[in-house]
Design a protein around this ligand. Sequence first.
Ligand code: GTP
Ligand code: MG
Length: 296
Amino acid sequence: MTEAKFGHVALIGRPNAGKSTLLNALTGEHLAIVTHKPQTTRHRILGLVSEARGQIAFVDTPGVHRRKPHALNRRLNRAAAGALRGVDAAVLVVDAGRWTDEDELAAGMLKDFEGVRILALNKIDLLKDRQRLLEMTAELSARLGIDCVVYLSALKGDGLDDLLDELFVRLPAGEPQYPSDEFTDRSSRFLAAELVREQLMLQLHQEIPYGLTVVIERFESEPRRLLINALIVVAEERHKGMVIGRQGTVLKRVGSRARRAMAELFGQPVHLELHVKTRAGWTDDDRLLDELGFAD
Ligand SMILES: Nc1nc2c(ncn2[C@@H]2O[C@H](COP(=O)(O)OP(=O)(O)OP(=O)(O)O)[C@@H](O)[C@H]2O)c(=O)[nH]1
Ligand SMILES: [Mg+2]
């Protein structure tokens, strides 16, 4: 029998490349929230894959971006860069259809990285031009010192086994560092707050979702259900009405969809209450960011 492997593997890349979709596909759980909007992920999240071959702790990260440099955005880029510290491998997740300045920024983070470098060309289900894929593979592999390339559709689950095979071959021998029946290092409170934020991002338009955060104020287990109260924090008073919607329609829709997602993730019925409050300018206020749980 070969020795079991263990390693931490960071998923890095620009916003919208599909890192969180990949984390969820690998773990089979809705751990990381996914939307079609860039900058969905705001925190590092571990997703654990435990097999007979060993254990891999994948680290999902916020997309590396060039947006307005307010305090929250600076923290997001720092969280992505910091995720490479101490990990055994980095997977640069790229939307194979389009290489942008932000991909270049994410690739730049590999400059001094000493671990295994894997290039994951994602969204191949959308790609028509195979020739372009080959050119991209050759150019990026040489330029970024890539150890191996995998082709994925995180959305359809294609190529996941290739990625796992390549990683298990390259990771060091080691015992699992996390319980094999767990999927993440994040608390149920964190996951619940994220599921509310996912629905808010999907239901609201333009810039409002970027000025929102969610705090769980109550999380209690009753014999037959979970009681969860979530506070939605907005950065401007005028956003409150938009979150609530005419006759509360938006908030109701967010609540019922988030509740369903929570019930599925936690495996039991959920009673969810939502409230909305303004904390003016929280996205550019380091004290409030600390208080709201953003890593510095
Ligand atoms: N067609 C297709 N769409 C995908 C694939 N992977 C992800 N997507 C879509 O791309 C969008 C962004 O996916 P995310 O997983 O949130 O991307 P991310 O890299 O985590 O983005 P940030 O959290 O903003 O950094 C979503 O609409 C996904 O459904 C894929 O393989 N094929
Ligand atoms: Mg994400």
